[in-house]
Write a protein that binds this ligand. Structure first.
Ligand code: HPA
Length: 236
């Protein structure tokens, strides 16, 4: 038990898939897991452990933002001996040549966040995902015929970004193709504890043109991302 997770240690498995939204965690468990049980429910972050095609896996929501992800990933790696976390989520994109519904495998996460500096006196502004996990996901994507692009993304503390110039700077300076809000602390904590983490994103918003995926399309595309994450888990 930790301040934020009430599960018994053995009830959290070595591989954890983390959506941001507790409702999406519930959906993943209902739709894809066999014999699952709820293993933690602190603050409504309902956590499910079960099997996907006989492989044990835990589905735990991380909430929104670097700070929330920082807490859960720290506790999972340090106190629950979790080895691998795959974050699944949605993102807004900064460039024209991504389409709504595209999947992105996150190579690295640029952030203005002080998370790594305060946590560990680490001043790096880009945290990288794990190459071993990424190769498995890329391989799996080919096997199951789901296209995925790779890139650096911006991990922001701000959802309502209104400075258009700054988005251009982020693309020009760091090659940030899209924006989400959690990967920076996840990748930092994974490196700190010598563990593995990566993130798969579905593009649901274009932050330059204002385009948005309709809710039906959103569910279909998010489903592709979840299948890719779960099928990748089978190969770990
Ligand atoms: N910003 C940050 N995170 C997001 C967005 C966004 O526009 N869309 C989906 N996740």
């Amino acid at each position: 038990m930790t301040p934020h997770i009430e599960a018994k240690k053995e009830d959290i498995k070595k591989i954890v898939i983390m959506p941001g939204d507790p409702k999406r965690a519930e959906l993943i468990a209902n739709k894809f897991l066999d014999n699952y049980k709820i293993v933690s429910n602190v603050r409504g972050m309902t956590t499910y452990t079960g099997t996907y095609k006989q492989k044990e896996v835990t589905i735990m929501p991380c909430g929104m933002g670097i700070a929330s992800m920082g807490i859960y990933s720290y506790e999972l790696f340090k106190f629950y001996d979790v080895d691998e976390i795959i974050k699944v989520g949605t993102c807004g994109c900064y460039i024209d040549n991504l389409d709504m519904g595209d999947l992105i495998l996150v190579d690295g996460s640029y952030s203005e966040s002080t998370y790594a500096k305060v946590q560990d006196n680490n001043s790096d502004v880009i945290m990288y995902s794990d190459e071993y996990l990424n190769n498995i996901i890329l391989d799996t994507s080919k096997k199951i015929n789901k296209k995925i692009k790779r890139g650096i993304i911006h991990c922001s503390d701000v959802f309502y970004e209104e400075d258009e110039e700054y988005k251009k700077v982020l693309y020009e300076r760091y090659k940030c193709i899209a924006c989400e809000m959690e990967s920076f602390s996840l990748f930092h904590n994974a490196k700190k504890f010598d563990k593995k983490a990566t993130e798969i994103l579905t593009v649901t918003d274009n932050l330059v043109t204002g385009d948005r995926l309709s809710s039906d399309d959103r569910e279909n595309k998010v489903n592709d991302m979840l299948v890719l994450a779960l099928e990748s888990v089978l190969r770990l």
